[in-house]
Design a protein around this ligand. Sequence first.
Ligand SMILES: *Cc1c(COP(=O)(O)O)cnc(C)c1O
Length: 408
Amino acid sequence: MNDRGYYGQFGGAYIPEILVATFDELTLAYESAKADPTFWQEFEELMRTYSCRPTPITFAENLTRHFGGAQIYIKREDLNHTGAHKVNNVMGQGLLIKRMGKSRVIAETGAGQHGVATATMAAKFGLECTIYMGEVDVARQRPNVFWMERLGADVVPVTHGSRTLKDAINEAFRDWVTNMDTTHYALGTVCGPHPFPAMVSWLQSIIGKEARAQMLERTNRLPHRVYACVGGGSNAMGIFSGFFEDEVELIGVEAGGRGIDSGAHAARLASKDASLGVAQGYKTFFLQDDDGQMRHTHSVAAGLDYVGVSPILSHLHEQGRVRFESATDREVVDALALTVRKEGLIPALESSHAFVQAFKEAPELSSDDILLINQSGRGDKDIFTVADAFGDPKWEQFIRDKAEQYNA
Ligand SMILES: *Cc1c(COP(=O)(O)O)cnc(C)c1O
């Protein structure tokens, strides 16, 4: 990264003049925290006592036997409080908010997972909290909205544009411009203007630090390949960063949706459909049309359904350091079903993308080879989406009965 937040040709900070001082303040806070070992100690201690860190590594014995090739290990980010890796970033930014002396946090959310994590952090740290969420998402993610409100957050439905994630991001920036003295914007992934990609990667690197040490302790070796799903790219950057200096192959798996050829997907780096652009304050590959209009994306996993991708991952892709693949909705549901049945683990639909690719490669490798999959989150909290994806008729009946109960 250069000093203006570029990774090769990607990244940067395309922000309105009025926010420059706020970004400078944040960059300073981040850099001083990074240079201060007590910050990381405090962060680790917080995560140890609040979010089950270090999360374990599980040997997937039955899946390994099933595929008859490489040994499969799983990093268990699903065991975090609030059910995914997102809390690593959010709690870290919470500590930075304390350092900056701010009293209010805002965030964008699509599926609601980052909103729930941020509202959780705000409750714990005693901060005021506003979450921006597209009106369409508010309607389809009621369980998460319910929890955000119980946690004390003000959930603001965004009623313009496509009324989804990208409109929520724009609205959060608008709020920040007005309230920057008191307010921090806790961006949810390794995207957006500098310093967010660098800062969120650093906070998520707790995953990779642990994973590397755990693999050495457990197997006396490093894994040959590490797999992670890629939405914005934060869980991927988190686990990959533990292995950048090693001879370990890193594989990012994007949402193939209904198939790359269908156009209904969110594969930025694993397809030829994305092009270089500047949006939402940074430069990266976006799924956009020739006029720079963002295209409609699709994935069974709401957390991967995003038009942009981390500028750091775009750079690592260009350099050939990370290989990108995609998994279709159908493959994802099958991999999830198999993992539940064989291991009793319930990966989130997002995480299941990484499982798909590891399952494709495991049979061709030998039992000396070790694969590590990042299980970024747990699927049982997504019962509405997962049950829909499985198309379980008994679940549909249950929903219908519930609705009738309210109509009566
Ligand atoms: C949000 C989410 C993702 C996608 O975000 P990244 O920034 O790409 O990690 C992946 N997995 C789970 C479980 C999520 O909740």
